[in-house]
Design a protein around this ligand. Sequence first.
Ligand code: IPE
Ligand code: IPE
Ligand code: MG
Length: 239
Amino acid sequence: MAPSSSPPVPRHVAVIMDGNGRWARERNLPRLKGHQAGAESVRACLRACQELGVTHLTLYAFSSENWRRPEEEVRGLMGLMKTFLDREEKVLHENRIRLRIIGRLDRIEPRLRDHLAQVVEKTRDYDRAHLTVALSYGGRAEIADAARRLAERVRAGEIAPEDIDEEAVAAHLYAPDVPDPDLMIRTSGERRISNFLLWQLSYAELYFTEVLWPDFREAHFREAVADYQHRKRRFGRSE
Ligand code: IPE
Ligand code: IPE
Ligand code: MG
């Protein structure tokens, strides 16, 4: 059993869904098949969150840097995003899950962008659970965008430069009402952040697993949460 000082179930879990390409390669399949197989892992995470009482889940689906991949793979990934929306929208309604999308959406093809915006709008009043998808997302871009918006507000005379503090920056991020992640999971054995939620992960506990994303299931999610519950979070304090 976890010690009594251990943290409760994390409120917010963020996931870097990595290893789809390697999963496909191991099976001599095209990379897109690996991405496709990852959809079931997303469902598994949603179920695990519900079961454990994790109310916020953020999934890194496509990074700013992923635009550097071959056009065919990018197109395939965007197509999968559409399929996922078509198939999973009902799950969002049934479970009253609010969907948010974070990232530079101006780079997304208009039809998909409108579709995403529609689902975001239709679920905006739900508050039982919160699913955030990071799409065309980069942590540095998010901070730069916040800085630009703050500068514009200064220029408009709405705020003074002295008003810009951590709280003000946080308030201008893409999803300011979502609490910072308590736990960040990355699959596939890579131990890096890859430009994910740079601001928000400041004090998150990090969990790395060798499991490739398409193989990731509820039991793996539960394992990560159990590991988190054995950590001692200090937030800079000595005790
Ligand atoms: C993660 O899997 C999915 C995205 C980055 C979109 P990868 O495609 O990065 O898989 P690996 O890392 O090559 O195995
Ligand atoms: C991070 O994975 C981005 C997503 C999972 C969406 P990558 O596979 O793109 O990261 P690097 O390139 O290995 O750092
Ligand atoms: Mg990868």
